[in-house]
Design a binder for this molecule. Structure first.
Ligand code: PRP
Length: 203
């Protein structure tokens, strides 16, 4: 019997899909997703359920050996973890968004992803301030708080409902399987097997 792994998973929609991907790869955590409990003990592992932006930290610091999180969150966190598998679900785009038809200068940009936004703007040679907001960031550019926002577009319905347009795609995002770097060395056989199974599951 393998020593159980500790897994960091984000609450919300990704939780169920992440569990399914792990179960298909042989790691069955049998978690009741409706439960309000934050730590779940299963025979094959301990699951820590948290806000998606916290998953990279738990894995980088080794509290969890493995985790599942969106590429969008991973890019923002800029942590030192191993990212061996693109699980393909939770697909979305990180985009630059403006009110439809707006072409004036971009001086202020709001985002829930301030590091991603700042890197993107620097790369484009746009000299703008970044305002870090907690959510519903599209409101910033329809209320005049900012000239644009950098945010996630999934179905496009938020853009449509608020008369906004996607001006540029910063990068494509999807759920990623991440691994603590020290754990990868210490528990190499177990984690290599899980990575291989997850990889064949997405093919
Ligand atoms: C995300 C994102 C957009 C929206 C995009 O927000 O920040 O607002 O979903 O999805 P769509 O293209 O399918 O409309 P979320 O619902 O996670 O809420 P938040 O902005 O409060 O974080």
């Amino acid at each position: 019997m393998n020593k159980p792994l500790t897994v960091a998973l984000p609450k919300g929609r990704v939780l169920e899909q992440a569990q399914r991907a792990l179960a298909d790869a042989g790691l069955n955590l049998r978690l009741d997703v409706d439960d309000r409990k934050l730590r779940h003990e299963a025979p094959e592992g301990t699951v820590l359920v948290m806000r998606n932006h916290d998953v990279p930290k738990y894995v980088e610091l080794g509290v969890a050996e493995i985790g599942v999180v969106g590429k969008d969150v991973l890019e923002e966190a800029a942590v030192n973890v191993y990212e061996p598998v693109d699980l393909r679900f939770a697909a979305c785009r990180m985009s630059l968004i403006r009110p439809a038809g707006e072409t004036g200068p971009i001086r202020r940009v709001a985002s829930k992803y301030p590091h991603v936004a700042a890197r993107y703007l620097a790369g484009q040679g746009i000299d703008a301030d970044v305002v870090h907001l907690a959510g519903n960031v599209e409101l910033a550019c329809i209320s005049g708080l900012s000239d644009a926002v950098v945010d996630v577009v999934e179905t496009g319905s938020t853009l449509k409902a608020n008369d906004l347009e996607e001006v540029d795609v910063v990068f494509e995002s999807s759920a990623r399987f991440i691994v603590n770097r020290a754990a990868l060395k210490l528990r190499h056989a177990r984690l290599k097997d899980l990575i291989d199974r997850l990889r064949s599951g997405v093919q």
